[in-house]
Each structure stands twice: as structure tokens, then as C-alpha cells.
Design a protein around this ligand. Structure first.
Ligand SMILES: Cc1cc2nc3c(=O)[nH]c(=O)nc-3n(C[C@H](O)[C@H](O)[C@H](O)COP(=O)(O)O)c2cc1C
Length: 411
């Protein structure tokens, strides 16, 4: 296979056939791994092949549930105790892995590098890896399953002008904070474009919770008929519950996302419909937090809402336990990276919104509140297994409810 073709066709594959890759092919993969350049030619990266059922089950339980995707994988082991600086050993290992993945592509074998796993010490013990060595990556591999029709074939890649700057660094970077206010709108959109291919196709973003389902159902699904416009709409659980009477229009800044939804569900894309179209139902649920141009959203709502229609907003209460918890983590520096393990990290920077801020936007746009309710969903409590902690959180939730829902109309 032509190198260019292998480079272009290689994708991270997350669904495999059960048939095992042959020993000969595995041998070829290891060959290509070994032929990569390494710092000082020390070759301090190695692979542990795991294809034994018992080990896979243990890895699934203690390392990552993703092991379910495959029945064979490599564990990358790097001896970085010998390190001449500049992350030379890790970079060497990365180059070797890329060689292996391109070779796999040539052989018709799919791969997926996996850094999202935990239980490293356990894994080292399980595989007899010396404690001082690192395991930076798992490499899943196998024969590719046929991809679903709506699978994104080529994930978004940044513009070459962002990648390559000439003589001086072009100063584009992602802020190492998930504080929405510190990001520009362009940066947020760029971030979402990149993260999109990883999270949206499988709808792995974590906002849709069972505890919210009933609220959504009574608040929205059971109360609308006909056309509904959804802003910044990211909830698959919701889409799955929609009935045929509802014709859903989705507005989002990000075309790739709305196009993806269109391919998956039969929905309309707002940018394409008549700007003067008015809606009896407008819905905005728990996504204002990720939205930088909030004023524009409210302006738009007032333009698109029919005189007899109503818009329903659901947002995390700035004074709710959920918001307080995450703002506290932020304050003490525990969630200062966009990749931190907050339930939001999957969709990037966010900022809790104050009720007073919403009221200002409503006033500016000739909108009024006709119904307001606090919702105690125990979103945060759901995250803990410990009964006592769950109880304490649910009690605190009474004083600091997590969500606010509003029904608004044109004045
Ligand atoms: C170091 C590294 C770690 C990764 N970890 C994960 C992971 O934990 N889970 C996952 O599904 N994909 C993971 N990936 C795959 C990336 O999501 C993927 O490369 C990216 O979205 C681009 O898609 P593509 O590989 O199909 O071009 C990882 C990739 C790299 C390079």
C-alpha cells in the first residue's frame, strides 16, 4: 500500500470483529514497531500482547471498560528511567506506535491508541511490568467491523495555518482552564470541532442523566407538538425519546455537529430554514453553560418565538450544589484543565450562569418569565456510590437545588 493511502485511511477503530489477527500479521506489526527511530537507538519501548480471556476480563474490570471493544491489544511499556530529557523516550515510543498503526492499516487491521485508562499500578502487577517503568498507552487492534452509515469517516483536522506558523509562533492555543470566560468564541468552536469526532458519534457527553429524564419528559416532551427549535442541543437521551409528532429543528454554531445529527435523526438544521420562521416551542436545556454568545441566543429566541408560543430553559443553578461543587474545585485548582474529569470536560470550557444574568437577557429582549421552578435532580449525588455521601448530597440539594427551569414568553 502506498504510504500516503495508509496515512490518510488510518482511523481510530472502536469496533472490531471477533476473529483474531494472525501471528504472522502480529509479527509484521512488531517488526514495524521496532524499525522506528528511537532516541540514542536505545529502544526502550516494548509491547505486551494481551489476548488471553482472563487477563482481558481483569483489564476490563480494573483498567478500562473499553477493553470490551476488542479481544486483543498491546500494552505499551516504556522504560523512561533512562531519560536524556525532552521526553525523548516517550516520543520514541510514540513514533514506534505510529509505525505499527500504519503497518496495521496496510494489512487491513484497525487500531486505536488508548490513553484513557486507570489502574496503572494494578496493570503493572498483572503483567509483571517493573513499577518504575511507565505504561503510557494501550493499543487496541483487530479486524475492523463495518462502520455504521453515519460514522464520521474523517475527523476534523485543524487548519494548516494553525498547525504551521512561519518564523514566529502564531499564538493559537487552548487555554489550560475550563473557565468559559477565558476562552474566545473562536477558540471554543475550534475546541468543539476537534473533540466532536471523539464524543458526539457515540454521545459520550455526560449531561443526560436518568435523574433528569422525568423532568425533560414532563417539561418538554409531553407538552409539545409540532415544530420545536432546540438551541445548542447535545442530548442524545432526549432525541431518543422524541415522538413522531415533533418536528425538531436544531440550532448550533457548529455545522459538523448539526450535520451529524441530521444524518442520525431526521431533523432540520436551523441555518437552512427561513429566518422568519416562528416557533411555538423553543427549548434550551443545560447548554447555556457552554455558550459564550449568550446574548445572541436570547436575541434569537425573541425573534423566533411566536406570540402564542413559549420557550423553555433549563440551566444549572449558579447557587446549586452542583455548581458550587465545581466552582470550588476550580478555585482550589483541581479542575484547571479542559481535560479534567468534570462531567463537562467532554464538551470543553463552561461557565455557570446566574439567574440574574438570564433575567437581564430576558428583559433586554422583550421576554418574560411565566413559570419558574427549581429542580432537585441529585446530579452530583448520582456520581457517588457511597450511601451516606449520596444521602448528604441529596439533603444539601434541598437547600441548593441543582437546576432552574423557566418557561418564558414574549411580553
Ligand atoms: C495518545 C492518544 C491517546 C488516545 N486515547 C484514546 C482513548 O482513551 N479513547 C479513545 O477512544 N480514543 C483515544 N485516542 C484516539 C483519538 O481519539 C483519535 O486519534 C482522534 O480522535 C483522531 O481520530 P483518528 O485517529 O481516527 O484520526 C487516543 C489517541 C492518542 C494519540
Amino acid at each position: 500500500m502506498e504510504l500516503n493511502k495508509a496515512i490518510k485511511n488510518r482511523r481510530s477503530i472502536r469496533e472490531y470483529k471477533t476473529k483474531l489477527v494472525t501471528d504472522e500479521s502480529i509479527d509484521e506489526l512488531v517488526d514495524s514497531f521496532s524499525l522506528a527511530p528511537t532516541s540514542c537507538n536505545l529502544q526502550l519501548a516494548s509491547l505486551v500482547l494481551v489476548n488471553d480471556k482472563e487477563t482481558l476480563v481483569l483489564m476490563k474490570k480494573h483498567v478500562t471498560g473499553k477493553v470490551d471493544w476488542t479481544n486483543q491489544l498491546f500494552v505499551l511499556v516504556v522504560n523512561n528511567t533512562i531519560n536524556y530529557g525532552n521526553s525523548a523516550q516517550e516520543i520514541s515510543a510514540g513514533m514506534a506506535v505510529q509505525n505499527l498503526m500504519l503497518k496495521a492499516e496496510e494489512l487491513g487491521i484497525g487500531t486505536c491508541p488508548i490513553a484513557g485508562f486507570s489502574g496503572k499500578s494494578y496493570l503493572k502487577k498483572l503483567l509483571n511490568v517493573p513499577v518504575e517503568f511507565d505504561i503510557p498507552l494501550l493499543i487496541f487492534f483487530g479486524y475492523k467491523k463495518e462502520l455504521p452509515k453515519n460514522h464520521l469517516i474523517v475527523p476534523y483536522r485543524a487548519d494548516k495555518q494553525i498547525i504551521l506558523s512561519k518564523n514566529k509562533f502564531n499564538n493559537f492555543y487552548f487555554k489550560s482552564t475550563n473557565n468559559l470566560n477565558k476562552w474566545t468564541l473562536d477558540e471554543i468552536l475550534e475546541y468543539r470541532k476537534r473533540i466532536f469526532s471523539v464524543y458526539y458519534p457515540r454521545f459520550r457527553h455526560g449531561l443526560w442523566r436518568n435523574s433528569l429524564n422525568d423532568e425533560f419528559k414532563t417539561f418538554l416532551i409531553n407538552s409539545i407538538n409540532g415544530d420545536c427549535l432546540c438551541y445548542y442541543f447535545w442530548e442524545s437521551g432526549f432525541l431518543n425519546q422524541l415522538n413522531d409528532n415533533i418536528d425538531l429543528y436544531v440550532y448550533d454554531d457548529f455545522d459538523e455537529y448539526t450535520n451529524f445529527l441530521k444524518s442520525k435523526y431526521d431533523i432540520n438544521i436551523s441555518k437552512k430554514f427561513d429566518k422568519s420562521k416562528k416557533f411555538d416551542n423553543i427549548f434550551l436545556a443545560n447548554t447555556l453553560e457552554f455558550c459564550k454568545n449568550r446574548e445572541d441566543v436570547f436575541k434569537d429566541i425573541s425573534l423566533k418565538l411566536s406570540t402564542s408560543g413559549s420557550a423553555k430553559l433549563l440551566f444549572f443553578n449558579y447557587w446549586g450544589i452542583f455548581a458550587i461543587f465545581f466552582r470550588t474545585l476550580n478555585l482550589i485548582g483541581l479542575t484547571n484543565s479542559v481535560y479534567e474529569k468534570s462531567p463537562f470536560y467532554k464538551i470543553g470550557p463552561y461557565g455557570f450562569i446566574k439567574y440574574s444574568e438570564v433575567k437581564t437577557y430576558l428583559k433586554e429582549n422583550n421576554l418574560e418569565i411565566v413559570e419558574k421552578k427549581f429542580i432537585r435532580t441529585n446530579c452530583l449525588g448520582d456520581k457517588f456510590n457511597n450511601k451516606i455521601i449520596r444521602y448528604l448530597i441529596s439533603m444539601t440539594n434541598i437547600i441548593f437545588p441543582e437546576n432552574i427551569k423557566l418557561k418564558i414568553k414574549l411580553k
